[in-house]
Design a protein around this ligand. Structure first.
Ligand code: KG4
Ligand code: ZN
Length: 348
């Protein structure tokens, strides 16, 4: 079974083909970084235009890479929400057109389910598993019980983790997108212990029983720290120290919430191999990965993060989510409407 996946919900145009063995026959991601850099963030209108310019070429290239013709596809999956509505509609309409022309099923995929099911594409992880989804737009703790079955246990009350990385990096004078840049400069910190005493940052929600996150206080503390630095151009060493302190604080907040979720998961579920999956763009962060691995080792829990290129937005995850849905007999009509908001747990 060959499924074409299309992803256009934010600033990546992506197309991929995946089969039922979990083989990624092709996966192309075209990032619009250059288009948005000058604005320091994603501009929805520019994103939509860029998707229109590139998507058809990318789909063609993905088909060529996989050495397939359209009549060898068994279904087309396209991100149909949540995300920037212009982009979502472009990918969805392209997917529907191919499905209609080949008379094959169209699967409307929830972008978040793409991230949520990635560990089953890459490592056949079995349900149920605890899922920490940390991206530019979302920060959620969920239990994945099955395809289309998720329990939302916690979410952010304000900014998403990636958004906090990006905004804090901007305050430190780092280019967009801030997350990876901040990680890079944090590596230059010479004296971590000193950096932490020099820049004591708050850990909102730490120790709280409920599983929600909050990051806006941390972002404000970064702003105040930057304002206290000598005026004029920021010194690279100061930024390295502050970036280090920020990244460790972020890891500490996330690990604290995850620790609480692990306790709750172990009370409620008894899978053969209890696993914490961390996915989404921020899952690429080395400090956060290390801290979560340490936490899981302590709790006798498996820690799993997909390979970096499948943590960020891509279309292989959309094709896979479509494939898992199709295998369960789920597909969608061609009048499916794009959903700018689309929670994974509709009851939450
Ligand atoms: O999942 P993703 O590619 O797109 C969304 O659906 O949001 O996540 C992008 C986010 C951005 O905020 C980016 O700065 C962040 O992930 N990110 C990182 C790292 N790599 C990407 N944040 C921290 N450290 C990284 N290494
Ligand atoms: Zn994403």
């Amino acid at each position: 079974m060959n499924i074409l996946g299309i992803e256009t919900s934010c600033d990546e145009t992506a197309a991929a083909i995946v089969n039922e063995k979990g083989e990624i026959l092709s996966s192309l991601v075209l990032s619009q970084l250059e288009e948005h850099k000058a604005f320091g963030g994603v501009v929805p209108e520019i994103a939509a235009r860029a998707h229109i310019d590139h998507l058809h070429k990318l789909i063609k290239a993905a088909m060529d890479d996989a050495d397939l013709h359209f009549d060898e596809l068994d279904g087309v999956a396209a991100t149909s929400g949540p995300g920037l509505i212009g982009g979502v509609m472009i990918g969805m309409v392209a997917g529907k057109a191919i499905a209609a022309s080949q008379n094959i099923p169209f699967i409307a995929v929830n972008h978040l389910e793409g991230h949520a099911l990635t560990p089953r594409l890459t490592d056949k992880i079995e349900f149920p598993y605890l899922l920490l989804l940390v991206s530019g737009g979302h920060t959620q703790l969920l239990v994945a019980e099955g395809v289309g079955q998720y329990k939302l246990w916690g979410t952010t009350l304000d900014d998403a983790a990636g958004e906090c990385f990006d905004k804090s990096a901007k305050l430190m004078g780092l280019p967009y997108p801030g997350g990876p840049e901040l990680q890079k400069i944090a590596r230059e910190c010479k004296d971590p212990a000193k950096a932490l005493t020099r820049f004591p940052l708050p850990t909102p929600m730490k120790g709280r029983k409920e599983l929600d996150f909050s990051f806006s206080g941390l972002k404000t503390a970064v702003r105040l720290s930057v304002e206290k630095l000598p005026e004029g151009d920021l010194n690279r060493k100061d930024v390295a120290d502050l970036a280090y302190a920020f990244q460790s604080t972020m890891a500490e907040i996330i690990a604290d919430r995850a620790a609480r979720a692990i306790e709750k998961f172990k009370e409620a579920y008894t899978p053969k191999e209890p696993t914490l999956v961390v996915s989404g763009g921020v899952a690429a962060n080395e400090a956060i990965r290390a801290k979560l691995e340490e936490l899981c080792a302590k709790h006798d829990m498996r820690a799993y993060a997909p390979p970096i290129e499948l943590c960020g937005d891509n279309a292989a995850m959309i094709a896979w989510a479509g494939l898992e849905r199709l295998q369960k007999g789920l597909s969608d009509n061609l009048d499916f409407k794009a959903r700018p908001r689309w929670p994974l747990d509709e009851t939450a």
